[in-house]
Design a protein. Structure first.
Lengths: 311, 533
């Protein structure tokens, strides 16, 4: 068909050629996209996922296309052209074959089952593969991950951690982050002061850092009153110190860490919350404290592990 | 149909082939000019980005970083396993799940509270792996602190036959500015580190430690060192070079480099090494002794543990027999591991866990991934590809300029390809505009817009695929490839065209509105004398 400047067809040959070129490129792209996944001949095309009801080895076997026989069992690889032969009346094999959306159940009724690979399956064609690839690229899974490796506890039963027994705790004056620790299921944490409460979510973890009120006594509870601590404020000077540390004056980082460990192991139990929170505070800048905190939160160590060895 | 248009002389007078009879440029001239303008724009943008990222201009580094991450995502999404798995090892991640853990846990240490891989499970697995025919087995599990447990585990792993087993050397970081410096903990799986015992039979200890790029500040693991400098191993005060676990595994998976690697880093006097002390550096060791941290991993294996169920099915379809994640419980019969021979024959096998209490989830360019999957990616990168080079912060001016040139030359290929395809689009658009005169004006405009965006999409797809192929080639010659910049340039070109079209339409609307207003005013003025009458 000829075209002219004054009387062109709606789509002249040039436009058809352009569209044809575009289609050819797209087709070659889709083929290129599927070149990797498809067509491999020396790779398995399937696998026996589960094998039940096999008491004797000859009750289910895989007759290899390349020759030979393999007893059927779970995780046996299947290659194109293999046959699965089932003789046992109770034998039931669940087979995965690439390109099939659902697993295939092979019993004596449909035995021998011929394994056919990806070839000849229109559903796993190039266009489907390309769409799947686009989905993989743009629709990545998202999942919550614990970058600071908080630990999960047992599935049930919220209980006090050995590091932080329930009951009265003492805290020096001032605002500071508090490390609340328990074992068992995940929970939110509430601070109750003067009939008002604030809540921190600690989903999936059995510990969390919360901000203490600036002043005054308060209670910390896990909802449902499963676990709770009553916090009493004391003057800064009332915080006990290990005998090996200076009795007065500010402490260095190392001395603070040593005192925190002493509070967790040898001091009265009501100083545990302060000891834990000191470790959490020091962990922001100190590697040793960070490792100690991780071990405490994950439940890898107990208070007695920190105690000084007996002479 | 007879030709009824203007003659050739009318259309193209001699000496002025570029101009039409009405004095305007010919359609194909306009198309070439538009394509060249696009090319110039894309080249300038690519050059700016390449220079900026080589000279560590933070926002441009971030753009290039995103481009390389995007490239690896595209690679893993669009390519599957190789057609053959005979020449290269395949990879198996044995994921210790809760049922497998429960089978070996003790009442004092139930699963789910921190210890997700009991030592007895590791010993039973190592016993079975001895007969598996695997090339290398890595145990990506923290070494137990209890001395008795540790000794039991060491005895279970240190066999004289079977595959090489690589277990974790307990270390903590000292510094990681240019090279990874580690300090060994006091006790290792093979006893006090003062003795410097890092090898027993087929068991080798290596650090499973990497670092994140502090300048990126996103916590994404993009690098894995080939070597780490470990202090406090052995009797000498000098720090000792040790291969990282993935680099050691890639060396041991290649039979031709096993002896060299062992003599260089794990010498046992009197066994295979001729002389006492470490052997000199050999060309048989891949990549030499690159101690710098900036060994970007070429991620080519997706995270299987994090994938959605439908995505897992696609990955399984593509990677079966090449890269498998097998739940440990599927290999268990009671408390004994057993599996078909071909499952792990010649494979690189890693035992680890994706359980949350294993604390081994990390962020990677491909999304969340478990530690064992990162290690397998690094092993494959060191075995089949190369660590992707990039200029370090301390590189000199000439090195940075060379890196900018390399980055630019990679982008130029994609940009030129894109321009050629866009030229086809421009030809179609200007032909429609100038020659499709029978169609109404609005139809021509719609057709032009459709062709423009259609060709733009097609160009983007072609650039993406040529980029993936270039990434694969470049991975072998050690160059990080940014796939995003050409697409970005193309997108910006599209945006510029869309903005120009919008401006034209807006201008036309304003002009039309003004004309209408003027004519309305005129009409009103013309009517007023009548009304007065």
């Amino acid at each position: 068909m000829k075209t002219s400047r004054h009387h062109p067809a709606i789509f002249g040959p040039s436009l058809w050629q352009i569209l044809g070129f575009c289609l050819a490129v797209f087709a070659s792209l889709t083929l290129a996209a599927s070149a990797g996944p498809a067509g491999a001949q020396d790779r398995p095309v399937g696998q026996i996922d589960t094998a039940r009801g096999i008491d004797l080895p000859d009750q289910a076997v895989v007759l290899r296309a390349a020759g030979g026989t393999t007893p059927a069992r779970s995780l046996v690889r299947l290659y194109d052209g293999d046959r699965i032969q089932v003789r046992g009346a109770q034998t039931r094999l669940t087979v995965y074959v690439a390109g099939n959306e659902r697993p295939i159940v092979v019993t004596r009724a449909n035995s021998p089952y011929l394994v056919r690979g990806r070839s000849g399956r229109p559903l796993s064609g190039p266009v489907t593969q390309m769409l799947a690839s686009l989905d993989l690229m743009f629709n990545r899974p998202r999942m919550a991950i614990a970058t600071s490796t908080e630990a999960r506890g047992l599935d049930n039963a919220t209980a006090a951690s050995a590091f932080l027994p329930a009951g009265p705790q003492r805290l020096p004056a001032g605002t500071r982050p508090l490390l609340i620790l328990w074992s068992g299921s995940a929970s939110a944490v509430q601070i109750v002061q003067d009939q008002q409460s604030r809540e921190w979510a600690a989903s999936a973890f059995t510990s969390t850092l919360i901000d203490a009120p600036a002043a005054g006594n308060f209670d910390i509870v896990l909802p449902g009153d499963a676990l709770g601590w009553t916090i009493a404020r004391v003057p800064e000077e009332a915080v006990p110190r290990a005998s090996s540390l200076p009795a007065n004056g500010p402490l260095t980082f190392e001395e603070r860490l040593a005192n925190a460990m002493w509070l967790l192991t040898e001091a009265a139990p009501e100083w545990r919350l302060f000891g834990l929170s000191e470790v959490a505070d020091l962990a922001r800048t100190d590697y040793g404290a960070a490792r100690l905190l991780a071990a405490i939160r994950s439940g890898e160590i107990e208070p007695e592990d920190l105690a000084a060895p007996a002479d | 149909m007879p030709w009824s248009g203007p003659s050739l002389e009318q259309v193209a007078p001699p000496g002025d082939v570029l101009v039409d009879v009405d004095g305007t440029q010919r359609w194909w001239v306009k198309a070439i000019i538009a394509a060249l303008a696009g090319l110039l724009f894309s080249l300038v943008l690519s050059a700016c980005l390449s220079l900026g990222s080589a000279f560590r201009v933070a926002p441009l580094v971030a753009v290039e970083q995103a481009g390389i991450d995007f490239g690896m995502r595209a690679y893993t999404a669009f390519t599957g396993s190789p057609r053959t798995t005979k020449a290269i090892p395949h990879y198996v991640f044995v994921d210790v799940d809760r049922p497998a853990c429960d089978a070996f846990s003790t009442a004092s240490e139930p699963c789910g509270t921190g210890r997700s891989v009991p030592p007895d499970l590791i010993i039973a697995f190592a016993e079975a792996a001895r007969r598996s025919g695997a090339a290398v087995v890595l145990i990506d599990v923290k070494v137990p602190e209890d001395v008795e447990e540790r000794n039991r585990l060491a005895r279970g792993l240190a066999a004289r036959d079977g595959p090489w087993v690589i277990a974790s050397l307990a270390v903590r970081p000292r510094a990681s500015s240019e090279q990874l410096e580690l300090t060994a903990e006091g006790e290792s799986l093979l006893g006090p580190v003062e003795g410097g015992r890092l090898r027993s039979g087929r068991l080798l200890l290596a650090p499973f430690v990497t670092a994140t790029d502090a300048s990126a500040a996103d916590g994404v693991i993009r690098h894995y060192p080939l070597l780490a400098r470990v202090k406090d191993v052995g009797t000498g005060a000098e720090a000792r070079w040790l291969p990282s676990a993935p680099f050691l595994a890639s060396g041991l998976a290649d039979p031709s480099s096993v002896d060299v690697i062992l003599c260089r880093y794990y010498p046992v006097v009197g066994e295979r090494c001729a002389a006492a002390g470490p052997a000199p550096l050999s060309p048989a060791i891949r990549f030499g002794e690159q101690a710098q941290l900036r060994n970007r991993i070429f991620y080519s294996l997706p995270g299987l543990a994090a994938a959605r169920q439908d995505q897992q099915a696609i990955y399984r379809d593509r990677y079966l027999g090449f890269y498998d994640r097998v739940p440990a419980s599927a290999l268990l019969q009671g408390t004994e591991f057993s599996w078909p021979q071909d499952l792990m024959q010649d494979a690189v096998v890693i035992l680890g866990t994706s359980a949350p209490e294993g604390h081994d989830w990390h962020v990677t360019p491909l999304g969340p991934m478990t530690g064992p999957e990162i290690v397998l990616n690094a092993i494959r990168a060191f075995s089949e590809f190369s660590p992707l080079s990039e200029p370090s912060a301390a590189a000199g001016f000439s090195d940075k300029l060379a890196a900018a040139w390399r980055g630019f030359s990679v982008k130029v290929g994609a940009v030129v390809t894109g321009t050629l395809i866009m030229l086809v689009g421009w030809l179609a658009i200007f032909w429609i505009g100038d020659h499709w005169t029978r169609a109404p004006r609005w139809m021509r405009r719609v057709a032009c817009v459709l062709v423009f965006f259609g060709v733009l999409t097609l160009t983007a797809l072609i650039e993406l695929f040529s980029g993936i192929s270039s990434l694969q080639r470049n991975a072998e010659v050690a160059e990080a490839t940014d796939l995003l910049t050409p697409l970005l340039a193309l997108g910006l070109e599209g945006f510029a065209e869309a903005a120009r079209t919008f401006a034209h339409v807006a201008e036309a609307l304003v002009a039309w509105g003004l004309m209408r207003s003027v004519s309305l005013i005129k009409k009103l003025r013309e009517r007023r004398p009548d009304e007065d009458v």
